[in-house]
Design a protein around this ligand. Structure first.
Ligand code: COA
Length: 248
């Protein structure tokens, strides 16, 4: 069974993270699957919107830490870089349904989505600094822009998590719904009924002002992130996670 489930219905592509036993922690193969799904959908006239969702009780625990240790992404051809680029450049409506933990890139990818609906169980966190790393996916620019510098700095510096109510108040998500998948799918179907070129043009206009700035920030973040992955601070944090439950 693939770790990215890919289903198409009524013009909506749903990409579902399917590694629930590991809290949907994202491997290189999963990033590659997401990138392919997004890039194929971008070029397929029949697809009007994409929904990101997950199997099990959680959205994702972020990047797989074993992958970070064994195969740290070091160039812009890496799977994670390709995924972030596909996210940034995706021209059609991108929606997400979030429940449970959304850690690291599980939260930062939402900054690129057009509409996010979260279940009351959703819990967001970006513990990059706590892991000896730095914010990624353009979040060092997009998150303070969304929530204000002070609140962003506090969240990045402490690694503290926040729930669905706080995410709604910040504007990270559009709605809270106990059945976030059903709510997002209803919305995606509604959007899919709209004139498609007008929707694509509207998204391009909404994103135009900051597209190049985000691309430049992502590039800078990636360079620092790749160095940080090799640091003692990161190694110690990863070893601590691995030793927590005798993980290997
Ligand atoms: N990479 C690899 N495996 C992960 C993972 C990750 N990022 N997050 C969770 N898992 C795995 C655990 O190893 C465990 O697998 P096991 O049952 O085979 O040991 C399973 O998913 C469940 O996680 P567990 O830690 O037992 O759940 P928990 O409820 O006690 O804790 C978290 C949940 C999210 C707090 C904890 O899993 C965690 O801190 N994960 C790492 C998050 C992270 O730092 N991500 C990178 C961000 S850049």
């Amino acid at each position: 069974m693939s770790e990215i489930l890919n289903t198409v219905s009524q013009g909506i592509l749903t990409l579902s993270l399917n590694r629930p036993g590991k809290m949907n922690a994202l491997t290189r193969e999963m990033y590659a699957g997401l990138t392919k799904g997004l890039n194929d959908a971008a070029g397929d006239f029949g697809i009007r919107a994409v929904v990101l969702t997950s199997e099990g009780d959680h959205f994702t625990a972020g990047n797989d830490i074993t992958d970070f240790m064994n195969n740290p992404p070091s160039s812009e051809s890496s799977e994670v870089s390709q995924f972030l680029s596909a996210l940034l450049n995706f021209p059609k409506p991108l929606l997400a349904a979030v429940k449970g933990n959304a850690v690291g890139v599980g939260t930062t990818m939402l900054l690129h989505c057009d509409v996010v609906v979260a279940a009351p169980s959703a819990n967001f966190s970006m513990p990059f600094a706590s892991l000896g790393l730095v914010p990624e996916a353009g979040s060092s620019f997009l998150f303070p822009q969304l929530v204000g510098y002070q609140r962003a700095a506090k969240i990045f510096f402490t690694g503290e998590s926040f729930g669905a109510d706080a995410a709604l108040e910040m504007g990270l998500i559009a709605e809270i719904d106990p059945d976030s998948v059903a709510a997002v799918t209803r919305l995606a179907l509604h959007i899919a009924d709209q004139p498609p070129q007008a929707i694509i043009n509207t998204k391009a206009l909404l994103k135009a002002r900051q597209h190049d700035a985000v691309a430049a920030v992502m590039k800078a973040e990636f360079e620092i992130f790749a160095m940080a992955l090799q640091s003692d601070e990161a190694m110690q944090a990863f070893m601590k996670f691995m030793s927590k439950k005798g993980k290997s």
